[in-house]
Design a protein around this ligand. Structure first.
Ligand code: GAR
Length: 217
């Protein structure tokens, strides 16, 4: 099987990166991670990649005079490893329009809400303030606007009475760790693809949504 060459962009802890590394370890997984790039040199995720024997690069946005120059450096690193598919995994910088265009429909992001609700930062705090009873996580193709683009897969997570930001984010994160490998498998394996601004291929048996809401009483 030819595996898609995947690059992962991170800024921190890298627990979603770890879930992708673990999934890519399966012989029949249709992707392999060939480069992990962090814009934060001390990111814990870089250590996870090194432990897994994956090449890493720290490209600090603070070292570049403009967002465009930083994007060019990212592009160059990704091309040097012949990356075919790109995954944001807790990469907390907004991409330039040029970068988004270069990677159009070959670039995924994970966000800890049921998009298009609760885009942006402090997601779980805003979810709790809004009083919603179901939240979750989404994997989508990247577009210029933050946390927007054709949705590949989502998982629902119940908000429990008494949840704090910490307890809710931990529960959603568990769902993220299942969802991202699931979504990457579908895209890298060619089961789901973008047509216009929609994702098609959902009738495939492997594309069934993984729901995480506990059953109701
Ligand atoms: C994850 O919860 C991810 O969904 C979120 O950052 C966290 C990174 O954790 N991403 C966003 O909010 C993107 N808008 P991780 O470094 O442990 O994977």
């Amino acid at each position: 099987m030819t595996k898609k060459r995947v690059g992962v962009l991170i800024s921190g802890r890298g627990s979603n990166l770890q879930a992708l590394i673990d999934a890519c370890g399966a012989p029949d997984f249709p992707a392999k991670i060939v480069l992990v790039v962090s814009n934060v040199p001390e990111a814990q995720g870089l250590v996870r990649a090194e432990l897994a024997g994956i090449p890493t690069a720290a490209i600090n946005h603070k070292d570049y005079p403009s967002r465009e120059a930083f994007a060019a450096a990212l592009d160059q690193a990704l091309h040097s490893e012949e990356v075919e598919l790109l995954c944001n995994a807790g990469f907390l910088r907004l991409h330039t329009e040029g970068f988004v265009t270069n990677w159009l429909n070959r670039h995924l992001n994970i966000h800890p809400s049921l998009l298009p609700a609760f885009k942006g930062l402090d997601t779980h705090r805003r979810v709790l303030e809004a009083g919603v009873t179901i939240t979750g996580c989404s994997v989508h193709f990247v577009r210029c606007e933050m946390d927007s683009g054709p949705i590949v897969a989502q998982a629902a997570v119940a908000v429990q009475p008494g949840d704090s930001e910490e307890s809710l984010s931990a529960r959603v994160l568990q769902a993220e760790h299942h969802l991202y490998p699931h979504a990457l498998k579908l895209v890298a394996g060619g089961i789901l693809r973008v047509q216009g601004e929609s994702v098609v291929g959902r009738t495939h048996p492997q594309a069934q949504p993984p729901l995480f809401s506990p059953p109701l009483d």
